[in-house]
Structure formats: C-alpha cells, structure tokens
Write a protein that binds this ligand. Structure first.
Ligand SMILES: [Zn+2]
Length: 85
C-alpha cells in the first residue's frame, strides 16, 4: 500500500508556509493487491487500524512505520496534521 497523490487536491511540491490540516483530512491509500484507492482519515490511521480493500477484500494492518512515513512526507510538503480531531 502506497500513499498516492493522484487526482486529489493539488498539493504544491513546495508550500510557502506550513499548513495545518485537520485530523479528519482524508488520505488516499492504494491497495497492494489491486491498486484500488480508498480514503482514510488521519485520525483513523493514527489508531493503526486493519484496513480492508473494498474492491478485492485484501486486508492488512496499517503500521506505525507507515504512519511516520506518511506524516514525514506531508511535513516535507509543508503540511502538518492537527494532533486533535
Ligand atoms: Zn484491493
């Protein structure tokens, strides 16, 4: 499963200022098995949930490592996720 930014809100490569996103901001995650994209809120992903693909039923657990990569990626783009929902 990979974070993708395709056809979502355009996120500039270099944001001029830090932008705080609410914790319920949907994040698109791509299924490892069929590449179907589903949105999960950051507040949900922070619980490190088991995510199941609605298309092929592939199930996996979202890991703390992936959460860190996701947040680091957003930070690099100038986006920060609010700690509270
Ligand atoms: Zn799938």
């Amino acid at each position: 499963m990979v974070l993708t930014q395709s056809n979502r809100q355009p996120i500039p490569a270099l944001a001029p200022v830090a932008n705080i996103l609410p914790a319920h901001t949907p994040m698109p995650l791509e299924c490892d098995a069929c590449e179907h994209e589903q949105n999960y809120s950051m507040s949900h992903l922070r619980t490190l949930p088991e995510v199941a693909c609605s298309q092929c039923g592939d199930k996996r657990r979202f890991s703390g490592f992936e959460l860190k990569v996701l947040e680091d990626t957003l930070n690099d783009m100038g986006y920060y996720i609010s700690k509270s929902a």
